[in-house]
Each structure stands twice: as structure tokens, then as C-alpha cells.
Design a protein around this ligand. Structure first.
Ligand code: NAP
Length: 263
């Protein structure tokens, strides 16, 4: 990146070796920024999707083996900085990263998407877990857009009277725990027009989602507001205190400042 080069930081930046915990649009943007700046880094995927987005950085796939495994990996790969750009609901890896970085004294920054905020006309009911989201559904049969990914469907099996519409990035390779469901395979970003059509075409009466934040998936909330539909909003898990940033520029500034200070 010419701006960084002109600051005479090339030598310090050469010492940096980043582990980028990814699997999100923002992680992909950070990966591109690191590559463009000539900063060495490894992009890490959990391995959940069959067709991960190719990255401009060397890529590894799969878990590290908990906190100890991650701490060993950091030492073994001589990682100097960790960027946690995982999904706001990927709380286990974020906890592990905070602990492994603390025990190995590796500087850590987390990219934190702004959560979605309720606005005039929204009808949100806040819950703190997938189980409580399932309990918040009506008793009578309804048509639910269950926009929560594929990992936490089991609690909704307790409410089999509903029709569930799921939107997933891959076809499911396991049996659905829901007797009356349809899967739409699609990858964001989504548009208001597209999500209005999706909700109307399926006669949706309720939306269930997690407060993932960001722009790529907020169209469903705008569509729900437009159609006057109630939304059951699963609030974010609480994570340990960490340094956070809300833009790629902020992350890059932190890295260059760390390089300057030699930390
Ligand atoms: P999680 O519950 O926090 O993580 C479970 C385990 O998966 C971790 O303990 C770790 O295994 C491994 N893992 C997670 N992210 C990893 C990464 N980037 N690189 C290497 N190992 C990783 O996470 P999750 O909710 O299953 O999400 C998995 C991945 O999908 C994340 O990278 C996340 O950014 C992405 N994603 C998640 C969601 C979501 O809804 N949760 C949505 C979009 C994308 P070990 O303990 O063995 O290290």
C-alpha cells in the first residue's frame, strides 16, 4: 500500500505475521487489505461451508483444538498479531482467541460490526437465546422466516406446528429437525426488493433472526418493517473485554502503529 510505504514502515511491517480469524465478509475485506499492503498473514476458516471464498492470503481450514491448540499454533507459526473478524455469534472462537492471546502475550484486535438498532415501525421482541426465540413463537401454526443459519435449528423442533423458511449458504447435508420447512440456498448481500419478494412469496408471518449487524443481511429487517411483520431478535452473546475496531482502516492503523511501537 503506497500510503504505508511512504511512511517508511516497510521494515517494521516485514516483522508482522497476522493470524486472521475469518469466515465473514469483513474478514475477506481485511484479508484483501493485508495482501494489498504486503503484510504477511494467514487466513483461518473453521471449515463450515463447502465453498469458502478464495483468499489472497495463505489459508488454513479447521479448528485449532481449543485455547491450548490455538496458543500452540500462535507460537509455532510465530504469529505476531491476531485479528478476530469472526461472526458476532461465533463466541467460542472469540473467547478462545482472547484467552490464547492473553496467555501468549499476542496483541489481539476484534472487528466488531455495529449491531442493528430498532427504528420506528419495527416490532422487535428481544430474546437472549435460540431456545427463548423458539418459545417466543405463537402456539397457533405460523409461517416463520428462520434466518439463523444452520447450526441452531434444534430448539425449533419443539414448535413443529409451524412452516419454516431457511436461507442457507449451502445445501444441508444432514436431515432437518423441522418437519415442515423449505430451504433457499443464497449468499448475501441481500436487497430490500429481494427480501420483500421472499417474505411475500412464502406468506411469512414472523421473522426470527440474530443481531448479526452489518449491511449484507439487514434487508430482511427492512422488509419485515415494510410488511408490518413481528421480528424475534436474538441478542448478541456477551464476550470478554477486547480491543475492538469497526472498520478495516482502523484495523490497518492499529497494525501499523503496533509495528512502529514494536508491540
Ligand atoms: P464458534 O462456535 O465460535 O466456534 C466453534 C469452534 O470452531 C471453535 O472453538 C474453533 O474450534 C472452530 N472455529 C471457529 N471459527 C474458526 C476459524 N475462523 N478458524 C478456525 N477455527 C474456527 O463458531 P461458529 O459459530 O461455529 O462459526 C464458525 C465460523 O463460521 C467462524 O469462522 C465464523 O466467522 C463463521 N460464521 C459463523 C456464523 C454464525 O452464525 N455463527 C455466521 C457466518 C459465518 P477449536 O476450538 O478446535 O479451535
Amino acid at each position: 500500500m503506497p500510503m504505508i510505504a511512504s511512511q517508511g514502515l516497510e521494515k517494521e511491517l516485514d516483522m508482522i505475521r497476522v493470524l486472521l480469524l475469518g469466515g465473514t465478509t469483513e474478514a475477506n475485506q481485511i484479508g484483501r487489505a493485508l495482501s494489498a499492503a504486503g503484510i504477511a498473514g494467514i487466513y483461518s476458516y473453521a471449515g463450515r461451508t463447502a465453498t469458502p471464498v478464495p483468499q489472497p492470503l495463505p489459508t488454513r481450514v479447521g479448528g485449532f483444538g481449543g485455547v491450548d491448540g490455538l496458543a500452540s499454533y500462535l507460537k509455532q507459526e510465530r504469529i505476531t498479531h491476531v485479528i478476530d473478524a469472526t461472526h458476532p455469534f461465533a463466541n467460542q472462537i472469540s473467547r478462545n482467541a482472547a484467552e490464547a492471546c492473553a496467555t501468549t502475550s499476542t496483541p489481539l484486535i476484534a472487528y466488531l460490526r455495529e449491531p442493528w438498532i430498532e427504528t420506528l415501525g419495527d416490532q422487535w421482541r428481544h430474546v437472549d437465546s435460540f431456545e427463548n426465540a423458539a418459545s417466543a413463537l405463537p402456539g397457533r401454526p405460523a409461517r416463520i422466516f428462520l434466518a439463523i443459519g444452520r447450526q441452531h435449528l434444534a430448539p425449533f423442533a419443539a414448535q413443529p406446528q409451524h412452516f419454516y423458511l431457511l436461507r442457507l449458504v449451502d445445501v444441508l447435508d444432514t436431515a432437518l429437525p423441522l418437519p415442515n420447512a423449505e430451504i433457499v440456498v443464497a449468499r448475501g448481500p441481500f436487497t430490500l426488493e429481494g427480501d420483500l419478494a421472499l417474505l411475500r412469496d412464502h406468506g411469512i408471518t414472523h421473522v426470527v433472526t440474530r443481531n448479526a449487524g452489518g449491511e449484507g443481511a439487514r434487508a430482511k429487517l427492512d422488509a419485515a418493517r415494510t410488511l408490518g411483520l413481528p421480528v424475534i431478535m436474538i441478542d448478541r452473546p456477551v464476550l470478554p473485554e477486547r480491543r475492538t475496531a469497526q472498520s478495516v482502516d482502523e484495523i490497518m492503523r492499529w497494525l501499523t502503529q503496533s509495528a512502529c511501537l514494536g508491540v
